[in-house]
Design a protein around this ligand. Structure first.
Ligand code: SF4
Length: 376
């Protein structure tokens, strides 16, 4: 049993989950015991990667087959995003004289992490600089290259592989995330990278592989498979309920300020618990004091075409005619044509006020009330 755990844990110390297991080492073993469920987002990302790989390989003159017709997901946006990735790689490679370029390169970083390996989307080597580029197709979470542990693991793998052949001094890590118009770059010296590997990575990976170390709650819990049932996360969030409030019937400002920084974490934790409890109940589990019922439902047509025909024969127009939304319109026209035709007809209304910590980079909201105060 112990052995089994150890083996599975090794395989689970992946680069993509490294931000989590580096912050919370015991999460590695716990996650290794939960089966993967590939989401549609993940499958879409895999297709985009396949297409991007093909385009770069073709550009490099390799003999490759266009995978488009066999992709489970494909649309104009994917074609455009992979085109802009290719354009970026083209620009990067033409910047240097005779660079070595590798696509979908398997990178072995097992010298630092038990059984650690991953795949670098694109590696470019010039004399002293090794560039690792990662294509991210996600559009919800902005990914930064700065001290990005996934990229640092790839960099270590690449360094192990090519460090003997080239006198590499610096590693450039690039996240190319076209759907968020994000190209994030970060450069780290080989010396600093190896220092991190020695002092942080190796000891933490060892703890993670053995299921040891301290649990640590944080942003990374979002990607943890046991986030709904994790005791540490529950205790962290429930601590708020134990807050020793002062006596007056209403909360003081300082008390609200104590609750605010924890509110997001609390809400997402409670939602994770609700989602988990529901999925378990649907799978047959009985929660004492709870039952599954049918939710609210709305009326629907059984056959839209038949409805349209009936309404038309009664002399009325069954259709509503609306201009497509921005996303659908951009999909229809493609980004370039969309900007060319409609650039002057698009505006961005002021967003709703959102309360965020002082550390947030956005400038402070200028409300009408503040404007009025300033004027008077
Ligand atoms: S939910 Fe968070 S604290 Fe709990 S195991 Fe996962 S990463 Fe660690």
């Amino acid at each position: 049993m112990e052995n089994n755990h150890a083996e599975r844990s090794h395989a689970k110390l992946s680069a993509s989950s490294s931000a989590r297991w580096l912050a919370c080492p015991p999460s590695a073993l716990l996650n290794a015991q939960v089966a993967d469920t590939a989401s549609d987002f993940a499958r879409e990302g895999t297709c985009a990667h396949e297409l991007a790989e093909y385009k770069v390989n073709k550009f490099l003159g390799h003999n490759v087959r266009d995978p488009t017709e066999n992709l489970d997901f494909f649309d104009a946006e994917m074609a455009e995003c992979t085109d802009s990735y290719l354009q970026y790689i083209t620009e990067e490679t033409t910047k240097y004289h005779n660079p070595v370029v590798m696509v979908e390169q398997r990178l072995d970083f097992s010298a630092y992490v038990p059984d650690g390996f991953g795949t670098g989307d694109c590696i470019i080597i010039t004399d002293e600089v090794l560039t690792v580029i990662d294509f991210k197709y996600g559009k919800n979470v902005l990914v930064s290259a700065e001290n990005n542990s996934q990229m640092m693991l790839y960099a270590l793998g690449a360094l192990d592989m090519f460090g003997i052949l080239y006198d590499i001094k610096e590693i450039r890590m690039v996240i190319f995330q076209p759907r968020m118009e994000n190209i994030s770059e970060y450069t780290i010296s080989v010396e600093k990278l190896l220092e991190w590997a020695e002092n942080t990575l190796i000891p933490t990976a060892k703890l993670a592989a053995e299921g040891k170390g301290e649990f640590q709650v944080g942003e990374h819990c979002r990607f943890c498979k046991v986030k709904a049932t994790c005791r540490e996360r529950a205790e962290y969030n429930l601590m708020l309920a134990q807050y020793d409030f002062a006596m007056p019937a209403e909360l003081e400002d300082t008390e609200i300020e104590t609750i605010l920084p924890k509110a997001d974490s609390l809400v997402s934790w409670v939602n994770d618990i609700k989602e988990y409890a529901l999925s378990q109940a649907i799978a047959g589990k009985q929660w004492t004091g709870w039952k599954l019922v049918e939710g609210r439902s709305v009326r629907k047509y059984t056959d839209e075409n038949a409805v349209a025909e009936k309404v038309k024969s009664a002399g009325a127009d069954p259709y509503e005619h609306k201009v497509l939304g921005l996303t659908a319109m951009q999909k229809l026209l493609g980004k370039t044509k969309f900007n060319e035709l409609l650039g002057g007809l698009i505006y961005k209304p002021q967003g709703k006020p959102t309360l965020v910590p002082d550390s947030d980079k956005r400038p402070e909201w200028n409300s009408a009330e503040n404007d009025f105060k300033e004027e008077s």
